[in-house]
Design a protein around this ligand. Structure first.
Ligand code: EPU
Length: 420
């Protein structure tokens, strides 16, 4: 497995351009299954999760071409049964369930496993399908969903931890071809849900309210092909902004959507980091000494769970006490033990991490556990003195396009060591 070798202590300087959003492009790719006509998706990031989803679409019978950030899909004739092992390996692949059910009236998809950030159930996805009049059975590791005709319904999608992002997308994709009107209450409001709704609308779907907790979908007979450009990745932008602050550098982030990052920008400013917004550009640097801030992750427009680990690194570098509470996923603190290897002092009390910041971090070999934890460890390695080797970086390649190249351009001393 590849690793990253980082020589720390170099402030980041320069310009970086944000790629298309991973969490938008995956459901949008699934949505192409809703039509037999060709679809073109632009600003597609070069990520292993995207190649994986492309393989899943191909295994269902779609023609898929991916080159230079442009994806062309034609799902002329597709089958309802996905490759068991392919789907099981990537949680995001659950979002093929809604489009397959909507288009074919039948879908059989392997149950996505739990993952290192929690058990990650799909009960809300399945509740939504049942509410649309589908029968749902789980058998031999597969979920089977079936309906003669999907019928529009009032569907409440709030769970223990709030709304579900992929669940909202999945139900929306099934409902666009259902008979009648579907109203999703407690829908996720994330920009990625809005991006998916915009793509579906371009395909001929009738959707209103995306981005609010109530989404109304009026079913149509068929969808047609469409072209779409994916929104910029707000978590990638947040990661670079935090990295600039952590290394005491100054960077300009281009091609971003600062309006999708209000909670992150607000917390950075509270921590004494200057963020100048100008259209799609953000200029980030420290104002002086960092200040400790408390953070609670919440559904959008609250602070995103996907930027929690990175922000924790910034707080380990900040003199004082900060409390970081994780409200979305139950075990998303895997980075804590690895940060401790670099000298961070963090204790976990239930859903909160208490960070005693201001310790000097010094490099060590560390292990990436999930995508955002990996990004946090890379930031920590760049802020630490000496050398840090981040092992198992395949997680990073799932969700950050060419992160080592982008960081090198900003001056980071970071080298990919390929396993022989
Ligand atoms: N939940 C349920 N039942 C369900 C679905 C979710 O109880 O049927 C719970 C989850 O266990 C969690 C909460 O609801 O506690 C929210 O989960 P959600 O369904 O919103 O997460 P997701 O849609 O599976 C997406 C992103 C995640 C991101 C979350 C939250 C994709 C491919 N994944 O996951 O991204 O953290 O929304 O914003 O879109 C990442 O990019 O690193 C990542 C993990």
């Amino acid at each position: 497995m590849d690793s990253l070798l980082i020589k720390g202590g170099v402030p980041l300087h320069g310009d970086v351009t944000i790629s298309g959003a991973k969490n938008s492009v995956l459901p949008i790719m699934a949505a192409t299954l809703l039509t037999s006509e060709p679809c073109v998706i632009r600003r597609v990031p070069d990520l292993s999760d995207v190649s994986f989803m492309a393989k899943i679409l191909t295994s269902l019978g779609a023609e898929v071409k991916l080159a230079d950030g442009e994806l062309r899909v034609r799902a002329k004739k597709i089958k309802p049964v996905g490759d068991y092992d392919l789907i099981r390996k990537m949680r995001g692949s659950i979002c093929i369930l809604g489009p397959l059910l909507g288009r074919l009236g039948h879908a059989q998809v392997s149950l996505p496993g739990g993952c290192v950030i929690g058990t990650r159930p799909i009960d809300l996805h399945l509740k939504g399908m049942r509410d649309l009049s589908a029968t749902v059975t789980v058998d031999s590791g597969y979920v089977h969903v079936k309906a003669k005709r999907l019928k529009g319904a009032d569907i409440f999608l709030g769970g223990r931890s709030g709304p579900t992002v992929l669940g909202t997308g999945n139900v929306m994709m099934a409902a666009v071809l259902a008979d009648g009107v579907t109203v999703i209450e407690s829908a996720a409001c994330e920009p990625e849900v809005v991006d998916l709704a915009n793509f579906l609308t371009k395909m001929g779907a009738q959707i209103s309210g995306a981005g609010s907790p109530t989404i109304t979908i009026t079913g149509v007979k068929a969808l047609h092909g469409a072209e779409h450009e994916v929104i910029p990745d707000r978590i990638e932008a947040a990661t670079f902004a935090i990295a600039a602050a952590a290394t005491d550098g100054e960077i300009t982030i281009h091609g971003a959507r600062p309006d999708h990052l209000s909670a992150v920008i607000d917390k950075l400013r509270e921590a004494n980091v200057s963020v100048e917004r100008n259209g799609t550009t953000m200029k980030v640097r420290r104002n002086g000494r960092l200040k400790p801030v408390d953070i609670t992750t919440l559904p959008y427009s609250g602070f995103p769970t996907d930027a929690q680990a990175q922000m924790m690194v910034l707080m380990t570098l900040t003199q004082g006490l900060s409390i970081i509470s994780e409200r979305i996923f139950e075990s998303r603190f895997m980075h804590v033990s690895e940060l401790a290897r670099l000298g961070a002092e963090i204790s976990i009390e239930g859903p909160s991490a208490i960070v005693k910041g201001g310790r000097k971090l010094s490099g060590a070999p560390i292990m990436a556990s999930d995508l955002r934890a990996s990004a946090a460890l890379v930031i920590a390695g760049m802020a630490a003195s000496g050398s840090t080797q981040v092992n198992r970086i395949y997680h990073l390649d799932r969700g950050y396009e060419k992160i080592d190249e982008k960081l090198r351009k900003l001056g980071a001393r970071i080298k990919r060591v390929e396993e022989t």
